[in-house]
Design a protein around this ligand. Structure first.
Ligand SMILES: *Cc1c(COP(=O)(O)O)cnc(C)c1O
Length: 431
């Protein structure tokens, strides 16, 4: 038996489902998750010593690649001075200033320890600032696992969200309005019905948690206008897109200024860190200045800040995003061309350093279209690629990520593996 399988059996005895976050369990694609031991650049090694090109990148943070020497050095230096103080440090001021400089809409920022904490805190701040209770989110967008965000659309009713997890009280879910991504008409109707009660609209400016769905032209602009008109705060959840689609995130890419921004993933460079920020007037509602309480024992942790600063230094190098984007585009175009050659209904697209792959002829632009993708073929694709040394996200509903360490050799190897798979789909004796 493989070591990963043995480890998974043991893990299931002591950890629910054998994993510390559900999507790692391979439930969407079947089989046993790989236990990873080591990463370097674009590559990871599993417990059995197999090597893979990694397109998960710890689900987004590792934009510089695994074990980048500059990041490791920064972490080692910070660790040698002590792991945590629970008191202000110079480096957290440095990263706060840098985040405010690079993310156009942020004047002040508070550091937290995860993306979930960032969105949860931003929602509380929006409610505290506006004195309103309701929030509006989009079906298929994920904003971490706080109660008010684990909500799906109720049947028909625009105004009554339903819990998408056991343990979320219906009363809390009912405070969340859920509408379709890319449907600005639905946002307008929600505002008509309930505008004066909506504290915030929270959105992934590029949706990356239902595979990858790009915003339709005008969708985010119209949302910005509606929020301003109704006194509602617009929250861009850039936990994934921040420092991933462009240096200033999606707001820089699209030229739209949200009221609040949430960050995570890349800003911690692989260490636990999140952040939320906005203009001074709103941010000063937070304790100790204002009435909105928010706190954290390990917030601004010096090791996480060191990893984040080192990573943010790397991404500011001239041409960093141009190169990353060009590699992602090349990968997507060549995957699409290979599929077409074998007459497989497949499409792929990237935004900066993130990309989506779809077993349907064109990229989806709605949640319903995402759901129409051929999941069974994706599972076969995933396992075939894995057997061929390419590690994609283990679900048809997750975006994938490149790092600066991914280059022509990795793309080439990925394309060769994909061609082998596409060829089997139309082999005479395949079903
Ligand atoms: C990953 C993610 C989160 C949650 O971040 P965690 O660090 O996993 O808590 C929130 N929002 C978006 C858009 C994400 O991609």
């Amino acid at each position: 038996m493989k070591r990963s399988q043995k480890l998974f059996q043991h893990a299931q005895l002591v950890i629910p489902g054998g994993v510390n976050s559900p999507v790692r369990a391979f439930r969407a694609v079947g089989g046993t998750p790989l236990f990873l031991r080591r990463g370097k650049g674009a590559w990871v090694w599993d417990a059995d010593g197999n090597r893979y090109i990694d397109y998960v990148g710890s689900w987004g943070p590792l934009i510089a690649g695994h074990a980048h020497p500059d990041v490791l050095k920064a972490v080692e230096e910070a660790a040698s001075r002590g792991l945590s103080f629970g008191a202000p440090t110079e480096s957290e001021v440095e990263i706060a200033a840098l985040l405010c400089k690079l993310v156009p809409s942020m004047e002040q920022v508070r550091l937290v320890s995860s993306g979930t904490e960032a969105t949860m805190s931003a929602i509380r701040l929006a409610r505290g600032h506006t004195g309103r209770s309701k929030i509006l989110k989009f079906e298929g967008c994920y904003h971490g696992h706080a109660d008010s965000l684990l909500v799906k659309a109720g049947s028909g009713a625009l105004t009554l969200g339903q819990p998408s997890s056991a343990g979320v009280p219906a009363e809390i879910a009912a405070q969340t309005i859920v509408v379709d991504y890319n449907d600005i008409g639905a946002v307008e109707r929600a505002f008509q019905e309930d505008g004066k009660n909506i504290a915030a609209v929270i959105v992934e400016p590029v949706a990356g948690n239902m595979n990858l769905v790009t915003p339709r032209a005008g969708f985010l602009e119209a949302m910005r206008k509606l929020c301003t008109k109704h006194g509602t705060l617009l929250i861009f959840d850039e936990v994934m897109t921040g420092f991933r689609v462009a240096l200033g995130g999606a707001q820089a890419l699209f030229g739209i200024s949200p009221d609040l921004t949430t960050l995570g993933k890349v800003i911690g460079g692989g260490m636990p860190m999140g952040a939320f920020g906005g203009c001074r007037a709103i941010m000063q509602c937070i304790a100790p200045l204002g009435p909105v309480y928010q706190a954290g024992t390990l917030s601004g942790n010096p090791i996480a800040v060191a990893a984040g600063l080192a990573t943010l230094k790397l991404v500011q190098a001239a041409g960093f995003y141009e190169r990353l984007t060009a590699t992602a585009l090349d990968l997507c175009e060549r995957l699409t061309a290979a599929a077409r050659q074998h007459r497989v209904a497949f499409s792929a697209q990237n935004v900066g350093g993130m990309f989506g792959m779809y077993f349907r002829a064109t990229p989806p632009s709605t949640y319903a279209e995402v759901m129409q993708c051929d999941r069974a073929t994706f599972s076969h694709f995933f396992h075939a690629m894995l057997a061929d040394g390419v590690y994609f996200a283990p679900s048809a509903f997750e975006a994938c990520f490149l790092s600066a360490a991914h280059g022509a050799p990795e793309v080439e190897k990925t394309i060769r593996a994909a061609k082998r798979f596409f060829a089997t789909l139309n082999a005479p004796h395949s079903t």
